[in-house]
Design a protein around this ligand. Structure first.
Ligand code: TRP
Length: 460
């Protein structure tokens, strides 16, 4: 047996470790960096409500589908889909979903590592005590100065990329478990401390009001697409990451229970991060729609004004970096698993090649905040960073998710799916088929169509 096969077949030793790994993939920059700033840009409450509905109606069924496909196909997403198609005499064309996922993974990792690089730099910045007693405008300016320096951003992006490749090359199990088991509860506690700061400084009530009082007049059609895309992004769905992890799941693991556990953990963490960050925003009279810099312009203000802030602030960014690392590892897994199966290169060699490709694409995102700040995609007015972010989140992930739901709802034989999910009664079987086969694809499709019409109307 080759080393790779041995490593794969004993990958998750229990259902608990699988949940940890999948939660480690789900909880990351999407929760702590992205969710707060997109909620802020899209008006708060109504956006949050749509996001929660997307998690429930679309995210949960797609996650169950991905875990199931991985478990049934027992290989990289591409190979798993090929295996299933051959076993059940279906078209092997469905494996295109796997190829699309590998491509999407390269694109996501390229910009994800850039933002994770910002986080790495902020670990040192906070530990150094630079922000002690700093006010919001000084902290905002410090972030602007950092982004304006391409070499500095490139350096930290490269540091994060090298660390990721190191862990990916070694094989994921050990480091991953250690990271997730301790870092997630610790992030939780530090977010509670930040909320405590908000309560003390007076931003808490306003923050909760902003995030949980829906004002539908602030909800644009594009915000609905962003919420949908984010539901995929935050749960790591639509490109095969969870499917790749599902391939290593022991047989006795229940798809339903693990799906709910992961989705609930991920959502609670995002909401906590949102409450904490907007408490700081309102306590300091900042604007909620500051964009991608929001995390870096708020959290240092709070820690700068708390006793022991340099230590806890540094620790906070360290934990966010660990959360980003466990996510980044999972983004590369579909590609790593696929190329490992082909057997030509070792896992380490593949990891280096993948890292190099992502690094090259990522340079475009590094430059988007300085040298290329004015280079925009025609019509959309997106920088390189925006383009990669939006094309993956608004198109590729939802499309991948839609196709995954169609495969499970319509392509695979129903009895195979029911058996895997342990659905015995006709009624529950019907509910499942209805949701995954019709509601989920139709919801994604409608949002796509509405958005496409809106774009066309906006440009004629
Ligand atoms: N879910 C992670 C986050 O919220 C990011 C992530 C990991 C991801 N794996 C993914 C996003 C696969 C899309 C697809 O930070």
């Amino acid at each position: 047996m080759s080393e790779q096969v041995a490593e794969r077949s004993d990958m998750w030793s229990s259902s608990f470790i699988f949940v940890l790994a999948a939660a480690g993939s789900a909880v990351g920059l999407g929760n702590i960096w992205k969710f707060p700033y997109i909620a802020g840009e899209n008006g708060g409450g109504a956006f949050v409500l749509v996001y929660l509905i997307c998690i429930a109606v679309i995210g949960i069924p797609v996650m169950a589908s991905e875990i199931m496909l991985g478990k049934l196909g027992r290989a990289s997403p591409i190979q798993a889909l090929l295996n299933l198609a051959r076993t059940h005499k279906r078209s092997t064309g469905w494996s295109c979903v796997g190829y699309m996922g590998v491509l999407t993974g390269f694109l996501i990792l390229s910009f994800y590592a850039v933002v994770a690089g910002w986080v790495c730099y902020y670990i040192l910045r906070l530990f150094s005590g630079e922000f002690s007693g700093a006010d919001a405008s000084a902290v905002g300016e410090a972030f602007g100065d950092f982004l304006a320096d391409p070499l500095q951003v490139l350096l930290w992006f490269s540091v994060f990329m090298v660390i990721t490749i190191f862990f990916v090359a070694r094989g994921v199990t050990r480091g991953l478990e250690l990271c997730v088991r301790y870092s997630m509860p610790a992030v939780f506690v530090l977010l509670l401390i930040l909320i405590g700061y908000g309560v003390h400084a007076g931003g808490f009530v306003e923050s909760v009001g902003f995030l949980f009082t829906p004002d539908f007049s602030a909800l644009t059609p594009q915000a609905i697409l962003i919420a949908l895309g984010h539901a995929f992004f935050t749960l790591s769905l639509g490109m095969g990451a969870i499917m790749a992890y599902g391939a290593y799941v022991p047989d006795e693991v229940s798809v339903g229970t693990t799906t709910f556990t992961i989705a609930i953990l991920d959502t609670v963490l995002a909401l906590l991060a949102g409450v904490a960050i907007f408490a700081i925003v309102f306590a300091n009279g900042l604007a909620p729609d500051a964009g991608p810099g929001l995390l870096f312009e708020t959290v240092p203000v709070a820690f700068g004004n708390l006793p022991g802030g340099a230590l806890f602030g540094g620790l906070f960014f360290l934990l966010v970096a660990l959360a980003a690392l466990t996510s980044a590892i999972s983004i590369s897994e579909p590609a790593i698993a696929y190329f490992s199966e082909r057997g030509k290169l070792s896992r380490a060699q593949i990891a280096v090649v993948i890292g190099a490709v992502c690094w090259v694409i990522g340079v475009g995102s590094v430059l988007s905040f300085n040298v290329w700040a004015d280079v925009k995609l025609p019509f959309f007015d997106w920088t390189f960073f925006d383009s990669i972010d939006k094309i993956t989140q608004l198109i590729l992930l939802p499309l991948g998710g839609l196709l995954i739901a169609v495969i499970v709802g319509h392509v695979l034989p129903k009895h195979v799916v029911y058996e895997e999910l342990g659905l015995m009664q006709t009624q529950t079987q019907q509910v499942w088929t209805y949701i995954v086969g019709y509601v989920t694809p139709a919801a994604v499709f409608c949002v796509f169509i509405i958005e496409a019409i809106r774009e066309v109307l906006a440009h004629i």
